[in-house]
Design a protein around this ligand. Sequence first.
Ligand code: NDP
Length: 444
Amino acid sequence: MSYIDEIIQQVIEKNPDEPEFHQAVREVLDSIRVIVDANEAQFRRDALLERLVNPERQIKFRVPWIDDQGNAHVNTGYRVQFNSAIGPYKGGLRLHPSVNIGIIKFLGFEQIFKNSLTGLPIGGGKGGSDFDPKGKSDREIMNFCQSFMSELCKYIGADTDVPAGDIGTGAREIGYMFGQYKKLRGLFEGVLTGKGLSYGGSLARTEATGYGLLYITDALLRDHNIDIKGKTVAVSGAGNVAIYAIEKAQQLGAKVVTCSDSTGWIYDAEGIDVALLKEIKEVRRERLTAYKNAKLTSEYHEGRGVWQIKCDIALPCATQNELTLEDAKLLKENGCIAVCEGANMPTTEDATKFLQENGILFIPGKASNAGGVATSALEMSQNSERLSWSFDEVDSKLRGIMENVYANISAAAKKYGMEGNYVAGANIAGFEKVLDAMNAQGIV
Ligand code: NDP
C-alpha cells in the first residue's frame, strides 16, 4: 500500500466518527500524491505525513455559564493547534450546536494550507464550542464568551495562537472574548482578530472573506476570458461571508438572485437588496422570512433549494457539505460555468468530482475564502505596529493577495500536469511551503 493510503487508513482508524476530518485529509493527500510519491523514502523516514495529520496540540474544556433565569449550563470548548511550521496558529472559533472535535479538526487541517496560500506567516488552528448562540440574550452571550475565554486564555497569545470569528462568532462575541482576555492576562495585545474598530480591529476585515471570494472569482473568469459583468449569481448563506460576497458581486456588475439561512431561502429575480439583508441579519438578527415580508416581489421557500435556480456562477457561503451531487447536476443542467466556495468545504466530494469532470470551473474554499484570514493577518500586522491602515489600503492589499492566490494555484496545477484543477493546485501550493518549513525545523 502506498504511504498516502496507509496514512488515510490510519487517520480513519485512529479518529473514528470524524467523517469531515477524514474527508479533508483524503482530499488534501490525494492531490499531493505526486510530491509524496517522488519523496516517499524520506517522508516515511521523517514520519512527515504522520506529523502533518496529527495536530500539534488539541485542547478540550468545560464551559459553564448561567442563563438569564439563573440556571447553569455546560458546553464543551475546543482549540486545535494544528501546525505552527510557518507562523503562530491562526483560525476562527465556531459556535454552533453541530461542533465536535472532528469538525474542528477538519477546519484546522484545511486552515494549514489556506494560511500558507495567503503568503503570510500564519500557521493553522481552529476552535469553537457546541454552544448555540441563536435565541440567547446579549447577557447570556457575554456570560458564555467570558467563561469560554477564562479557559482558552491559557493557551493563546499574540505570538502563539490568534483566534478569529467563524460561524456564530462575530464582532459582538469577539468583543466579549477580548475583554475577558485583557482582564485575565493584563495584556492589550492582538490576540484575537475581527475586533471592533475602536480597539484594534482592521477596516475591511468584516468585508474581507466575501470581497476576497469575488476578487478570486473575477481573476478566474478573466483568465478564461469571461466578464463577470451581467452574470447571474446564486449565493447560499446569509451570514458574514454571504452578505459581503453579494455586495461585491453587485459592485462588479453581476446580479445575485438568492441567499439562504438554516431554515429557508430567498429567490429575488430583481437582485438581492443587500442593504435590507444587512438590516435583517446584522442589526435585527431575524430570519429570512423578514426579507420576504419587506420585499413582496421576492419568493421565500422553506428548507434548502438555492442550487435549483438557473445561474452562471454559484457561490456556496453557508456551511460544509451543503452542495451535493444532485445540486451539482442541477447547476450543470442550468448552464453554470463556475463554482467558487465561500464556506469551508461546502461541496461534497462526489459533487466536486462531478463539477471538475463536467468542465465547470471550481475553486475550493481553502483558496477562495482565504481573504478572511489574510486580512486577519493584516490586522495582526497593524496591531504589532500600533497603526491603523485605511480601508482602501487594506482592500487593495486583499485584492492583490487574492490575485496572487489564483496565480499560485493555477501555476501549481499546471506545473504538475493538472492544468485547471484548482483543488490540486491549492493543495500543492499550500503544502509546498509548509513542507519546506517542516523540513527546515527538524522533527518537532
Ligand atoms: P455566519 O454565522 O455569519 O453565517 C453562516 C450562514 O450559514 C448563516 O446564514 C447560517 O444560517 C447558515 N448556516 C450555518 N449552518 C448551516 C447549516 N447547517 N445549514 C444551513 N445553513 C447554515 O458564518 P460565516 O458567514 O462567517 O461563515 C460561513 C462559512 O464560511 C463557514 O463555513 C465558515 O467556516 C467559512 N469562513 C468564514 C470566514 C469569515 O471570515 N467569516 C473566513 C473563511 C471561511 P443561520 O443563521 O440560520 O444559522
